[in-house]
Design a protein around this ligand. Structure first.
Ligand code: FCB
Length: 440
């Protein structure tokens, strides 16, 4: 097999999110989040799992930093629990919460690992939700206040700041499928107002971070799946294009073009959100980087979404493995928008893992998934897409939202009974990729 070499300063990392790994859900002054509430509601999560303990990273973070160092990570992407910092979402600051992230960031720096911070990865303060949540515009400035508190405390040690992780998932899974907190179903009107308001909150936070320190780099993380047509028939091509325009552009267009795609507006009809004057300018402020999370693609034909694709491999999540679609996606984004540098902020796969008698986890399928996707991203870079780094999802097996502990995405195994961590074969392989800057 050919050797694929990456640029010398390519930033190899791994990602996690607060609710998925921290645990300590009610310790040291932390307030309740909508995910605490949702996962404590019977029937919402597979096996009745919750994030009360998760990987217990809140207490075991020194061990986790050692494992990161052992793998040789150059960067680590994590998110902050908003109600750990502001138990009621606004107002009184919980200094123990701030101290935790302070120690984490110091630990990362001491290990020579670049921290990438995400302000919000879905664990929204329950008190704010009870006051209208993301629907209520009066709540939006609280996100900027929270951003400013963190920037003042950590801005001297963190260069890369992300406002939101996958705002689209907050809106769609929270208000249409109801599979995520707050668990509302089929409310397109609310989902679209949340979509827009999240963008306004993003704009306010970008301003707040830059007001604290204009030298920091600010971006957002979007979930983008490639969309491929079922065939070259005109009806299939048109259906795929309509699907892309009316869904996949939902955040890209406002942020990078300052308006919603006309086909999205048309598709939404009466559910199109209320937009105030000045919103689009706020939303489309220049960003320093764009984070892309991508796991798979959709295949769309005139008949709709086509799945399964005969002959394709699928992960435990039911997501098709199709690495070439990643290269096509990146090229399309680069072609359609004037983008800042890109980081792949999440990519990875859930497969069942077994602990072998030799004490190892021989996760060939995950390793192979990563090898294929790393390769396709390098090809996209050679096509001209400016990708600066790559964060594998995830550093360790963790609480996978509605699926509870059943989906293993980690390059480190978490034993959820003993909380013992074991680096999988994919993690050892990744370590060699990082050390040599080469995929073979
Ligand atoms: C992404 C989320 C992340 C994780 C992966 C599998 O949508 O950002 O928290 O759940 O999917």
């Amino acid at each position: 097999m050919n050797k694929i070499i990456y640029p010398p300063d390519f930033l190899w990392g791994a990602a996690t999110a607060a609710y998925q790994i921290e645990g300590a859900w009610n310790e040291e002054g932390k307030g309740e989040s909508i995910w605490d509430h949702f996962s404590h509601t019977p029937g919402k999560i597979t096996n009745g799992d919750n994030g009360d303990v998760a990987c217990d990273h809140y207490h075991r973070y020194p061990e986790d930093i050692s494992l990161m160092r052992q793998i040789g990570l150059k960067a680590y992407r994590f998110s902050v629990s908003w109600p750990r910092i502001l138990p009621a979402g606004s107002g009184i600051v919980n200094s123990a919460g701030l101290d935790f992230y302070d120690r984490l960031v110091d630990g990362l720096r001491a290990a020579n690992i670049e921290p990438f911070i995400t302000l919000h990865h879905w664990d929204y303060p329950k008190v704010l939700y009870e006051r209208g949540g993301w629907i209520n515009r009066d709540n939006l400035p609280y996100f900027a206040d929270y951003a400013a508190i963190l920037t003042k405390r950590l801005g001297d040690r963190i260069q890369h700041w992300t406002t939101f992780n996958e705002p689209g998932v907050i809106a769609i899974d929270g208000y249409i499928s109801g599979e995520h907190a707050p668990g509302i179903k089929n409310d397109w009107k609310k989902a679209m107002q949340v979509t827009h308001n999240l963008m306004v909150a993003h704009g306010l936070a970008v301003q707040a971070i830059r007001a604290c320190d204009p030298s920091l780099e600010v971006g957002i993380v979007l979930s983008q799946w490639g969309v491929d047509p079922a065939s070259d028939e005109p009806a299939d091509l048109a259906a795929a294009e309509l699907s892309w325009n009316s869904r996949e552009t939902a955040f890209l267009h406002p942020i990078f073009r300052g308006h919603y795609h006309p086909q999205m507006a048309e598709a939404l009809g009466n559910n199109f959100p209320e937009v105030h004057s000045g919103d689009m300018a706020l939303i489309s402020q220049k960003l320093d980087f764009l984070g892309i999370n991508s796991y798979s693609r959709s295949v769309i034909g005139a008949q709709g979404h086509i799945s399964p694709i005969p002959g394709s491999e699928y992960t435990d999540m039911g997501w098709e493995v199709c690495a070439p679609a990643f290269r096509r996606l990146l090229n399309r984004l680069n072609h359609d928008y004037h983008l800042p540098p890109i980081y792949i902020t999440e990519n990875g796969s859930a497969f069942p893992d077994n602990l072998s008698p030799d004490g190892k986890i021989h996760d060939e399928r995950r390793l192979d998934y990563l090898r294929q996707h790393f390769t396709q991203v390098r090809l996209a870079m050679q096509d001209g897409v400016d990708v600066r780094g790559y964060f594998v999802w995830s550093l360790m097996d963790n609480f996978e939202w509605g699926h509870g502990n059943t989906m293993r995405f980690g390059i480190i195994r978490t034993d959820f009974d003993t909380l013992k961590r074991t680096i999988k074969d994919s993690g050892e392989w990744y370590s060699r990729v990082i050390a040599t800057n080469t995929v073979e």
